[in-house]
Design a protein around this ligand. Structure first.
Ligand code: ASP
Ligand code: MG
Length: 418
């Protein structure tokens, strides 16, 4: 059995969905579990809807936009046969209306999950129906019947034993009926049958969870890039494809912010020694990248750029040394306000870190720490991480720039530059 994952970009419009059909039909002579994300930018739109709802602003226009975007794709795909699928979309979107009608005062994270998860419901229903319409048999499975999580909404944790049991039971039932199973990425369910989400870009993780639980032969993530590149072409011109890499390197790259693979994805695959392929849905005969347990691979220096960083510098007002107590104070606040230190360093009386520029969170950080600490902020920085750096790659990164922070381990250099 293989597990495939199609992200938002691979199902963003009708031609893309047809392309997905082409890819699946090349592989459906064997059991295939297909994980699909929400179409295109749907998740962002649902997030906007949730924000509007909580700011007591009108939500109708956003909802109508979601309805019409999906409706247009359906009309293009199904032509004269679109009506039943359009009705299915309407029925699915009714759940959003219900959620919006729920009494005020419901937890925002909870509401987010009930609403945003609908994006994956819509995409999988459309794709499953379209494959059938084109004669490709498949079973649509609700991911909430596969993936059991705790109730930490928006960042739910997997309950592995239950998930394994549910997944094996439900997927084997489905595979008895058809070789192709279509399910949603990114979402799970609690023991009380509420919907949870696994964090943005969580569909890769879903694919890995299912592969792990089912003991799949391999996982393929179909992307709009040829595989894992050694740098983002947005920032670097001479990028190269990394044909093979180890789980460890993939995990490090994901941790440092390579957006190609979701960070949580690698671990379950490594645990079960399941290879991960990252391949192009545009050029679907190309081999792409394979991530596996090999450790004898050629080393390729990789660059990961996080733009729009703020360097936060924190100094105790009493100029006491930055030791355990201060670390505890600072990290407690970071964790409470869900602010991530992308790279941190300390000296005797100073603790500095680079974080994504989120003005609201930065204000909150200042509010919570200003009694005891001096805080200073440098905006407009970028964090460049180089895996397998050398003098040449460091020079390339720092040329003509101010280095605000320089943190190195034997294999990685992290530089905050401006
Ligand atoms: N649809 C979700 C998101 O955009 C999950 C995913 O695509 O992986 O974050
Ligand atoms: Mg996505």
């Amino acid at each position: 059995m293989k597990v495939f994952k199609f992200g938002g970009a691979s199902v963003k419009d009708a031609p893309s969905v047809r392309n997905v059909l082409n890819i699946i039909s090349k592989y459906n002579s064997q059991p295939l579990v297909v994980v699909v994300s929400a179409m295109g930018k749907t998740t962002n739109k649902f997030e906007a809807l949730v924000n509007a709802h909580f700011q007591k602003q009108p939500t109708e226009a956003i909802l109508e936009d979601l309805r019409s975007c999906h409706g247009e794709i359906v009309k293009e795909l199904f032509g004269d046969d679109a009506q039943p699928v359009l009705e299915e979309i309407d029925n699915t979107l009714v759940e959003v209306e219900w959620a919006l009608d729920d009494p005020d005062g419901l937890d925002r994270h909870f509401q987010y999950d009930q609403i945003v998860s609908i994006g994956e419901m819509l995409s999988t229903k459309i794709i499953s129906a379209y494959l059938k319409h084109q004669g490709l048999e498949n079973e649509w499975v609700d991911a909430r019947d596969l993936i059991r999580t705790d109730n930490n909404y928006q960042d739910a944790k997997i309950e592995w034993d239950t998930t394994k049991e549910m997944t094996n039971r439900r997927i084997s039932e489905a595979l008895e009926k058809s070789n192709v199973v279509i399910t949603q990425g990114f979402i799970g369910g609690t023991s009380e049958n509420f919907t949870t989400t696994l964090g943005r870009e969580g569909s890769d993780f879903t694919a890995a969870i299912l592969a792990y639980c089912l003991g799949a032969e391999d996982v393929t993530i179909w992307k709009d890039v040829p595989g894992v590149l050694n740098a983002d072409p947005k920032f670097f011109k001479d990028t190269v494809l990394i044909p093979e890499m180890s789980y460890f390197d993939a995990m490090e790259l994901a941790y440092f912010g390579t957006s190609v693979i979701h960070p949580k994805t690698i671990k379950p695959l490594q645990n079960a020694n399941i290879p991960l392929y990252v391949r192009s849905f545009v050029n679907h005969d190309a081999a792409g990248t394979v991530v596996s347990n090999r450790s004898d691979l050629k080393i390729v220096p990789s660059f990961i750029v996080k733009p729009n960083q703020v360097l936060v510098s924190i100094t105790p007002k009493d100029y006491s040394f930055v030791t355990e107590t201060h670390f505890t104070n600072i990290y407690t606040v970071l964790s409470a306000i869900r602010m991530k230190a992308n790279c941190a360093q300390n000296s005797a009386v100073n603790f500095s870190f680079s974080t994504d520029n989120n003005p609201e969170k930065l204000k909150e950080l200042e509010r919570r720490l200003q009694d005891e600490y001096y805080l200073a902020f440098v905006e407009g920085a970028e964090l460049v991480t180089i895996r397998y750096y050398d003098e040449k790659t460091i020079a390339l990164t720092t040329q003509g720039k101010n280095v605000l922070l320089d943190h190195r381990t034997p294999t990685s250099a992290q530089l905050v530059v401006k």
